[in-house]
Design a protein around this ligand. Structure first.
Ligand code: ZN
Length: 285
């Protein structure tokens, strides 16, 4: 039996997501108000009551022979969630397109319970195919998922918006924290995949370490993005180049500038050199 006693209400989730300690407040703060996200939280979807959402088993669970483990068909699941949102909740997907590019800004499927009970914590795709002729991934809209015999086809035809990328996020972190929402750090990291477009930079040789927000997930307080990330992923700041023609002795050298940062440079052997990097105060903390 599935225990639902600790399930959070949409109002509680809404207060967390849009509050100052949740992902909306986080991105507003670290971007200097350049990224403002508002989350609209819809009621829990109960599979029996939804037109397109089916029972988890056996419809979405399958044994993945490549992994040797059970997996979730996330592509089918996300499309069923989207169609049910339109058909059963009357959601207008076209109102989630702030940049008017006809592609859905973002969608998060929050599933009941802890991580691993359905689809993990990740950024996923509703369509895994790639159009090699146009060199871009294929996108869907809800009208392409069914033919005209579907009773909701007219409603789907009015949703002129494409989608592909979305997040899966569990409601709770683990059985050790029953009824406690998953950490803001997990939300911020996954939303960052979705909106900032970075990969996981916690694998060698591309591990960005403790300076990088994209290299961490799951912390109660999300890491502040490194200046490299602010510049490279989203252009919240300009790249600064520091040049010096001074001669330094070999050994450790500290470069200071206006007390805002310093960089340790080791083992300098060339008489002339140039350093080019990007930093801001936040990377010191
Ligand atoms: Zn990640």
């Amino acid at each position: 039996m599935f225990i639902t006693a600790t399930k959070k209400s949409p109002e509680e989730l809404n207060a967390f997501l849009n509050g100052s300690r949740g992902p909306a407040g986080y991105f507003r703060d670290v971007s200097g108000s350049q990224l403002k996200i508002t989350f609209d939280v819809f009621p829990w979807m109960v599979s029996d009551n939804m037109t397109y959402l089916r029972d988890k088993e056996p419809n979405y669970y399958f044994f993945n022979t490549q992994l040797g483990d059970w997996s979730v068909d996330k592509v089918i699941h996300a499309k069923d969630v989207l169609r049910s949102a339109v058909a059963d909740f009357g959601v207008d997907l076209t109102s989630y397109d702030a940049d008017n590019n006809k592609v859905l800004e973002g969608l998060v499927v929050v599933y009941e319970g802890k991580s691993g009970m359905l689809a993990g914590s990740n950024m996923s795709w509703t369509n895994n195919t790639y159009n090699s002729k146009f060199r871009r991934p294929n996108l869907d809209n809800v009208a392409t998922l069914d033919d005209s015999t579907d009773p909701n086809f007219r409603a789907f035809k009015s949703q002129h918006i494409l989608f592909r990328r979305y997040n899966n996020i569990p409601e709770q972190w683990s059985e050790n924290y029953p009824g406690k929402l998953i950490h803001a750090g997990t939300w911020a990291h996954e939303i960052g995949h979705l909106l900032l477009g970075y990969r996981n930079y916690y694998y060698n040789p591309g591990d960005l370490g403790d300076y990088a927000f994209s290299a961490h997930s799951g912390d109660p307080n999300p890491f502040h993005p490194a200046a490299l990330e602010k510049w490279l992923f989203v252009h919240w700041i300009e790249q600064k180049t520091i040049e010096s023609s001074s001669a330094f002795q070999s050994g450790d050298v500290y470069v200071y500038s206006s007390n805002t940062f310093h960089v340790k440079i080791s083992n300098i052997s060339a008489p002339d050199y140039q350093v080019s990097f990007t930093l801001n105060k936040s990377t010191l903390y």
